[in-house]
Design a protein around this ligand. Structure first.
Ligand code: AMP
Ligand code: ZN
Length: 144
């Protein structure tokens, strides 16, 4: 399922046209509880300006969005004393994006079996320092 700007669930939530459990709002940013509550306090932070995902996000929108994240994370920590907190952003369907308006997941962590997990395999043995430098250079050359 994908949404266009004119038919965007999160634009409608930020505009108050669809109800949400609002955590925070300012001129540029809206934060609300993820309906799935993967863990207690699971919060979504979105720019009020529509951007499909990270690839379509202008620098100034990204700056204003992320600026609010530390205090929101701190508020979740102070409220529920989680043992940790993950910040997650899914881009495109294969990466798990299901709502096509940029959003950051703030997921407080309460220990093993709390509802969230990510597979994090290491392939350190497959890349030497030269391999890493080659990859870094390839990416660097694409930075616009
Ligand atoms: P993602 O899969 O990264 O695109 O995340 C989209 C998230 O939006 C999911 O975790 C959903 O649970 C959440 N979501 C979908 N609809 C709503 C809604 N109406 N209110 C709050 N969260 C929602
Ligand atoms: Zn939108």
């Amino acid at each position: 399922m994908s949404q266009t700007k004119d038919d965007c669930l999160f634009c409608k939530i930020a505009a108050g046209e669809i109800p949400s459990a609002k955590v925070y709002e300012d001129e540029d940013v809206y934060a609300f509880l993820d309906i799935s509550q993967v863990t207690k306090g699971h919060t979504l932070v979105i720019p009020k300006t529509h951007a499909k995902n990270i690839y379509e996000t202008p620098d100034d929108v990204a700056e204003k969005l992320f600026k609010q994240v530390p205090k929101l994370a701190q508020a979740i920590k102070d409220t529920y004393q989680p043992e940790g907190l993950n910040i997650l952003n899914n881009n495109e369907e294969p990466a798990g994006q299901s709502v096509f308006h940029l959003h950051l997941h703030l997921i407080p962590r309460y220990g093993k079996g709390d509802g969230f997990g990510a597979v994090w395999k290491t392939h350190e043995d497959k890349y030497n320092q030269d391999d890493l430098q080659t990859i870094a250079t390839e990416i660097n050359q694409q930075i616009k």
